[in-house]
Write a protein of this length. Structure first.
Length: 231
C-alpha cells in the first residue's frame, strides 16, 4: 500500500491554522502580562500620590507653623537700643552682643581696628548690633550661601570703616594723639626703686576696658523694671 501524499494546498491550510492559533495564544499571554503590568503601575502611582500628599502637607505645616515665625525675633531681627527696653531685655541684649563680638567678630575679623573702649560709642554699638543680627541671619539653618558672601563682602567692610572712624581719636600709647578722646593707659617705666611697676589698665590686645562691666550695669539700672503684670 503506497504512502499517501499530502496536498501542498492542504499543508498550507494546516500551517496557516496552526500559525493563527499561536498568534491568538500569544495575544492572550501578552494581554495577561500587560494587565499585570498595569495593575503594578496603578499600585505604584497610588503610592506616589500618597507620598506627594504627605510632602505637600509637611510643607504646609512648616509655612503655617507659628513657632517658625517667632524664631526670628531674638536675634532674627535687629534689637533697637533706642527702644524702651526694660532691665531684663537690656541685659539680654548686652550679653548677646558682647558674646558675639568677643568670640566671633573680635578674634577673627576686627582685632586690627578694635579698641577696648568700643562700648562707650553709641553709634558703634548700634552698628555692631546690626552686624551681629545679620551674621546670625546669614548662618541660620537653610540660609543660602549668598547671605554669608554678602556679609563678608558688604556688611563687615561697612562696619570696619565705622570702627576706624569712631575709634580714630581713642588713642593707645603708640598712637601719640594730641587730644585723645579717652585717657591713654601710658605704661610706667621700670626704675631701680620700682622695678616691677603695675601694668596699664588695658592694652590694644584687650577686648574691653576694666570699666566695661560697671558701664553695662549702669545702663541696665537706668532702664525700667520688667512689667510683672505681663507675666
Amino acid at each position: 500500500m503506497g504512502e499517501m501524499k499530502l496536498d501542498p494546498m492542504e499543508m498550507l491550510l494546516r500551517l496557516t491554522g496552526d500559525l493563527s492559533g499561536v498568534r491568538t495564544r500569544l495575544a492572550e499571554l501578552e494581554g495577561q502580562k500587560l494587565g499585570e503590568a498595569l495593575d503594578g503601575l496603578d499600585t505604584k502611582v497610588g503610592q506616589l500620590k500618597e507620598t506627594l500628599a504627605a510632602v505637600v502637607e509637611a510643607i504646609r505645616q512648616i509655612q503655617e507653623d507659628p513657632e517658625e515665625e517667632e524664631a526670628a525675633d531674638w536675634p532674627g531681627t535687629t534689637p533697637n537700643w533706642m527702644d524702651d527696653l526694660d532691665q531684663e531685655q537690656a541685659r539680654i541684649l548686652w550679653d548677646w552682643l558682647t558674646e558675639w563680638c568677643q568670640n566671633k567678630l573680635w578674634p577673627f575679623y576686627a582685632q586690627e581696628v578694635w579698641k577696648p573702649c568700643w562700648y562707650k560709642h553709641p553709634r558703634l554699638r548700634i552698628e555692631l548690633t546690626s552686624l551681629c543680627a545679620n551674621w546670625y541671619w546669614s548662618y541660620m539653618k537653610g540660609a543660602p550661601p549668598t547671605r554669608v558672601s554678602e556679609w563678608h563682602a558688604r556688611w563687615w567692610p561697612h562696619v570696619e570703616k565705622v570702627l576706624r572712624e569712631e575709634l580714630k581719636n581713642c588713642g593707645m600709647p603708640r598712637d601719640d594723639l594730641k587730644k585723645p578722646k579717652h585717657p591713654v593707659p601710658v605704661p610706667v617705666v621700670p626704675t631701680e626703686a620700682n622695678p616691677n611697676p603695675p601694668a596699664p589698665p588695658f592694652t590694644e590686645e584687650d577686648f574691653a576696658e576694666p570699666g566695661f562691666l560697671s558701664t553695662v550695669e549702669k545702663d541696665i539700672a537706668r532702664r525700667p523694671e520688667p512689667d510683672k503684670e505681663a507675666d
